[in-house]
Design a binder for this molecule. Structure first.
Ligand SMILES: [Zn+2]
Length: 423
């Protein structure tokens, strides 16, 4: 009985919160990362949306005032590449032990850590079973706090590729088959439709080998170009974008030419690959933080020998592809691969993009707001602060347009008009 009453109260509170009016008073306000910051301003939030933005510190009658007058208020950040349902350093054999239901619960923990770090939208690119869909829907319905999620569910992979299961006896590998492998254009198109039917918001493919799987077939292109073309045309017809995990240069080039919407990691991208990415209009999602996750775990008996070898090869390239992509004029969207490192450290990517990639703090902030919103197809909903848009905003200490580390000093987070509990 007590539990039922508690649940009813929680439900009432959640409903009341979304109808509440907020006056978020900012010392400095960034409404759009490509424009100069404004001085003291107040963002008025009604029914989960930005109603208006007023100069100075104002407070309409009945509004809940959020005093951020010593801070910078800006659009909520977007991470275009996370794995909320996993934690770093988990031994590979746990794949044969842990349930998909456990993954969803782990995701609840990580969603809150991610939102507290200032990320109000994430794209989850690879989770066991339907766990990322369950998490997405629970957050959307106000059951647990977290960022807005666009989820791929599983990933499409070649048989024996990065998204398949390797490392066990053949019959165990087969039993753990995540339902995303395909051979030939028809079967790959079928997998896209199956994942779309299950609830994918985006299709993830592992177009090349990957570092943290037990597959030993390198980091170059895995899919045949005709298979990738079948995936992109099928996905686009269903209104779904395609995110391509890609390390090797020729695999990156194949994926870009086949029309994927983002190249994620891009580790060994050379000039020809980057020209193809630029010509295709695909976004580059550099995941600099993923390299820290690998670096911090190499040589500690955490990874198997096959993973150690791939990890060392990839780490030797850290920052090179981003530097060249930035010079080439490739569109860059912020994404970290959180899950390969600890969730909640996503904001540290910004400083790495400046230091290793040669981007300006403003370019980094654009990549994490309007840039990533554009890639995710959410430009009308989030990424800037404007009347009518979803109330996705954060407050930080300092000026992220001058100091990229400012986005790691987050004091306040609102997702779709709901404040995130900060402790
Ligand atoms: Zn990933």
């Amino acid at each position: 009985m007590k539990r039922i009453i508690f649940a009813a109260v929680a439900l009432l509170t959640a409903t009341a919160a979304s109808a509440e009016t907020y006056a978020i008073q900012a010392g400095r306000l960034i409404v759009d990362a490509s424009q100069p910051a404004r001085g003291a301003s107040t963002v008025i939030v009604e029914n989960g949306r930005i109603a208006r933005i007023e100069p100075g510190a104002t407070a309409p009658a009945g509004a809940t005032v959020v005093d951020m007058r010593s801070r910078t208020v800006l659009p909520g950040l977007i991470d275009a590449h996370v794995h909320l349902t996993g934690d770093p350093g988990t031994p590979y054999w746990r794949e044969a032990v842990d349930s998909n239901e456990l993954a969803a619960v782990v995701g609840v923990k990580n969603a809150l850590l991610t939102a507290r770090a200032g990320f109000t939208t994430v794209r989850d690119l690879g989770a066991p079973g339907l766990s990322s869909f369950a998490l997405r829907d629970a957050i959307r319905d106000g059951i647990v706090p977290g960022p807005r999620i666009l989820a791929s569910g599983g990933a499409l992979s070649i048989v024996g590729g990065h998204g398949d299961v390797s490392g066990f006896r053949p019959e165990v590998n087969a039993a753990l088959d995540p339902g995303g492998t395909c051979t030939g254009a028809d079967q790959c198109a079928l997998r896209v439709r199956e994942w779309a039917k299950r609830g994918s918001d985006v299709i993830k493919i592992t177009s090349t080998g990957g570092v943290l799987s037990q597959q030993g077939r390198g980091l170059e292109g895995h899919f045949d170009p005709a298979e990738i073309r079948a995936i992109t045309s099928t996905a686009h017809r269903l209104g779904l974008k395609v995110a391509a995990h890609a390390h090797g240069a020729r695999g990156i080039e194949d994926a870009a030419r086949a029309g994927v919407d983002s190249i994620d990691h891009g580790t060994f991208a050379d000039a020809a690959a980057l020209r193809a990415v630029k010509a295709s209009g695909a976004w580059f999602v550099p995941t600099m933080m993923a390299f820290t996750g690998v670096r911090d775990r190499l040589g500690k008996n955490i990874y198997t020998p096959v993973v150690e070898a791939k990890g060392r090869r990839a780490l030797a390239q850290w920052g090179r592809a981003l530097t060249e992509a930035h010079r080439t004029g490739v569109k860059i969207a912020f994404g970290t691969d959180a899950g390969v490192f600890e969730h909640g450290r996503n904001g540290e990517e910004a400083e790495l993009m400046v230091r290793l990639g040669g981007m300006s703090p403003r370019e980094v902030l654009i990549s994490a707001t309007t840039g990533a919103a554009d890639l995710l197809g959410l430009a009308n909903e989030t990424g800037t602060l404007a009347p009518g848009k979803s109330a996705d905003l954060i407050a930080v200490d300092g000026d992220p347009l001058a100091d990229p580390a400012a986005v790691t000093r987050v004091n306040y987070v609102m997702v779709m008009g709901k404040p995130i509990p900060m402790r």
